[in-house]
Design a protein around this ligand. Sequence first.
Ligand code: GLN
Length: 199
Amino acid sequence: MRRAAAPIGLLALQGDYAAHARALAARGAATREVRTPSDLDGLAGLVLPGGESTTMLRLMDGSDLAARLVAEIAGGLPVLATCAGVILLAREVRLPPQRSLGVLDAAVERNAYGRQLDSAVVALTVRDPEGLGADTLEGVFIRAPRVTAVGDGVAVLATRGGDPVLLRQGSVLAATFHPELTPGSPVVDLFVRLVRAAG
Ligand code: GLN
């Protein structure tokens, strides 16, 4: 008997994890909502969605969920972090400063592109078409953070006006925009390829 493929976990404390579930279902990938440390057992990959990073951090307090997330990601679990998810992972967070999980070697400024009303759909510059698997890319930005620095081990796959907006550090993909809101986004396709290659 064939065993069902391990699911991709969706950090489901707050934010747009349901949109990620739909994007992954469209690609035939099973998902599981993650709210407690034991929900992380046996996953094939993990999504850290957009939302409000401050709220997510607060909701992680009081359990060892944050510590378990760091351990899984450091252990090579494929990750797709979007918007607030990137803020959670970054090594340094400013404007305002905020604690973080610190597993992505990048510095970010929060809400750097203006207020909610200034959110936008933008044609991005693909810097690494081979790494992305596409040569055009759209980005839906919603109160997005700006990446102000990246470490040596971080590849910049796409930029917006010169700012890095899509990063890859090993099996971690980090988008300051919302690929789950663009039907057929090559970013979600790439994440599913990383998950299947690791599994
Ligand atoms: N501005 C939010 C934060 O600081 C991120 C916005 C988003 O995830 N769409 O957490």
